[in-house]
Write a protein that binds this ligand. Sequence first.
Ligand code: NAG
Length: 497
Amino acid sequence: MPSEFLNEYEPLLIKEFKDSPRLKLPNKSLLLAACAACIGGTFQYGYNISVINAPTESVQRFINQTWRERYQANISEQILTLFWSTIVSIFTIGGLIGASIGSTLSVKLGRKGTLLTNNIFALLAAVLMGLSYSVGLFELLIIGRLMCGINAAPTALRGAMGMFTSIFITGGILTGQVIGLNELLGGEEYWPILLSTTCIPAILQLVILPWFPESPRYLLIDKGDNEGCKKALKQLHGAADCDGEWDDIEKEKNNLLGFDAKKPWDLFADRSVRWQLLSIILLSAAQQLNGINAIYFYADYVFKRSGIPSDKIPYVTVGTGACECITALTCGMLIECLGRKILITGGYTLMSICCVLFTLTLTFQDASPVVPYLSMACVFAFILSFGLGPGGVTNILTTELFTQNARPAAYMIAGSVNWLSFFFVGLIFPFIVIGLQQYCFMVFLVVCVMVATYIFCIVPETKNKTFLEIQNEFKSSSYRKAVSTNGAGTNLLSTSM
Ligand SMILES: *[C@@H]1O[C@H](CO)[C@@H](O)[C@H](O)[C@H]1NC(C)=O
């Protein structure tokens, strides 16, 4: 059951957009409910990815100083970098933990209850990180970031749920960068306050969300509470529209009878879907290993390496967030009209080109004072290319490559791979920048080229195709070694949609 999708207000909202004959605004209370739900995990995810960039230097100075006072010795460059990259990237381990407890909680406490409870982690994180400076314990930052990750997890990752969510994620990224400007909370002494601002969305949600009803879907499907569901629908949709919604949820409930969700290990054991599985694992890993989130984490490192003056870096960083915001607002439509394969292959190809150009501008950055800004343009183009293709499409592909009863397991696998790769790239990226210097983006070049090639050669176009057609195309493009396919596809057929 797709219980990892805690934010069930969004599907309702999208339906409302599609059903309205004229382009009227959606119901106000529904829009507010969706916003209240998204300001928790979804916004927090983006916010915590980008907000950590501004205090890079201040926190490193704080660690250095604390270390000297505590051990009467200087901390080595490597250890300091390791502490910093741990503080930054432990967030993703929190995400992994949060994602795995989230689906259990959402059945026990309800969607709304889980979202509300979840804010405890953000509040705790804010207290821990806010206090770390006064009590002289930089370890609190690590624990705090872990909590932030748990808090940001339940609403799945980037692109998982369409446009409304990606607007909130990129909005969170941009907000984090703007708050980190020197004019706001980016100043040297303000970083404890800056890091504890993660409590603000949490408090907002705690104030707003209780006014809205529990998800009607949860009430009817998980709880069997007919009256409660009707009441919730009336509150969200108004009395006039709630009967149609009711019928839809009822239909969905009946479809779920006898629904036999596969477990992740079932997917690994099922030979008929191994190419699909391999594809989503590679794509999910590439989604992070292509470096997009590493750039937000470590914008400071990247732009310093590009030769951009320190005082301008915060503004350039805001530019990266703005780029992705633009693509989030415009790309939903592109996805609908172009094929998935074209978008992903094209996106990764453009990203590869950006990596090459970026490496060139890094190498020749001293040639002219303009060159650092060319580097900046390359990073912007890199982010735009990501947003155009892989950013929005990867998760759609996960949906389209699997039958309904395999999907929850596929999401779970894709999500775990995503968080783990995010952790990996987050932990080592500063070392890559220090070690490879101007060649630091070569790592991402290799990833982008390999993924583009893999998709081009192996993954078929999935738009408007049935599962059987997709499966047959996988076989003909990649499955040349004549292995017998005993009955592959039969269980796919009988359970599709
Ligand atoms: C730590 O601070 C000292 C004194 O300010 C400085 O000389 C040293 O380079 C710093 N260490 C690192 C690893 O930045």
